[in-house]
Unconditional design. Sequence first.
Length: 604
Amino acid sequence: MGDKKNESVSRRASRCVIPAPERYFYALMTVGVVFYVCYCVYRDSIKYDGILNTYEFVPGWPLLGREKDISNFEWHFWYGMFWRLWPWYLAHVVLSRVVDQNAKQLKTFAFLSLSLVSICTIMGWKPVLLILGHCVIMYLSTFMGSCVGVWSVSLALLTTINVEVTIKLLKSLVEHDEEDFYLMIFTVALSNIRCTSFCIEKCWGQRDVADQRQTDTKTYKHHDSKVQHELGQKTLIQDETHRKAQTDDDRKKTDERDKRGEGENLANDTNTTICLNFSFMDLLVYIYYLPLFFTGPILTYNLFKKQFNSLEVPLPWTRVISHGVFVIRMIFWAFFNEFILHWFYFSALQNNVIVIKSVSLWTLTGIGYCQGQFFMNKYVVMFGFPAAFARIDGFDPPPGPRCISYIYLYSNMWKYFDHGLYSFMKRYIYIPIGGSHAGRLRQFVGSVMCFLYIFYWHGAEYYIFLWTILNFAGVFLEVLGGIISESPLVKKFETEKLSPATVQRIHALLAVPVFLTSCFSIFCFFGGRAVGYIFFYRLIIEGRNFSSFKLYYSIRIFLWLICLEKNLRVFQMTVDLVKNKEPSCCCATLRHGSAAMIRISVMH
């Protein structure tokens, strides 16, 4: 049996490999292009340094002797904020250890108390009360017992941070500047997701309890009362006979065991962790949980409750050390991001419309590439740093984003960049509407609703709309390509007429339009619609004389990206074969030929 599995894996691995010289050519060309466009960004960062906005720079590290670009507001803000947050994170970990060792029954109270003190210290008491008010309103909505009602209230509260009238009122709650307002809106939006998750889970729990009661009632009515009486009499007789058969020594031993058991239970009762359920106190513990409160990642309540109720106490020191090493990794990436901003001014270049209209196409491409990579690095730290403290606490939050240069299907970007947001939409929007098992129409409607929620949650701005619609178009094209590639005619043609390597090349060619769509959506998201229009005009319309070159470049890049992922999967297969075990899940999805190379589901 094992030999057959190994042979099957070997056959699949061999079909995924294209000629080695061709792969090396793709790799060399791609790495060379990436280095060159980054060099162009570095060169023009020096060239246009004098005309960039001086307010977007501050003195950098003295050792480097260069100014630092601070025009990426989100990173500049959170980098400074984490310096304020880490003592509170550390205090949370210490408090958690102390409570675990001495008074586990006070853990929820201790968590909530420290969280409220720290959040009030950093944000002020007014934003904390605002979020508390949202929690009260959302919790009251659960008494309707309707998920539709919960969603209606959730979207209504979300509207308050999207409408100009209420935004003016919210600004009166902060006393300092736009940074405080940004922090308040950011945390309110995240709290809205958590409240929605909690309340929907509560409604589902109420429904399950009602269904169970109804089932128990029906079962009880169909039970014969006479049989119950006879069984009860028989049990009493058996118990009485058993008691009479016990000797005096047995009774003494039983009494001693009972006494020891009562003592142990009494000791355990005084040091037992209170399990989370669906009370208002549980909602507050979930919403204000300090490590994940400010930046996430999003952990849906079903997972939070399950993990909280099964926390490993005490956490082994080996795991504490490994999580501490992970914290050090996040600190390294934070400093790496800061180092990059001393040499590559891609954000400042993008913010100057005159500059991006005059730079070369290579530099323009490099700006887009650097923005995407830095966005990924930024969220590696923003998700990873607080998640590391949550892991020390015993939780298992979603992992950070995958490298976007490795992901060549844009639908996978939604799956693997923000795992928490993806899980939230899948569990509470996509699956309730029908999911992947209710036909193509329900899948389409579910996907549309997910993207509409993304648009509204991110701010309901026009540039967000452009980003959302282009993302949906890219995912739709991938799904359409998957449907076509799954058709019997196409699969037969690919299997009988083409080699797997040729099919990879064809799929790479067909992926270019999706690649371009995703690029322009990202440009709109990073720089707004004006910057997105400039990128589109310069790269597509103005650069039409170089369209053949750009097409060739895009095809080659995609060929290498696709082959890279396939070869990494092949490498994993080889490792699995050496270890004589089942292939890992990322490899086991490969199929005969190439039908699965582009097959994709929007929210599987």
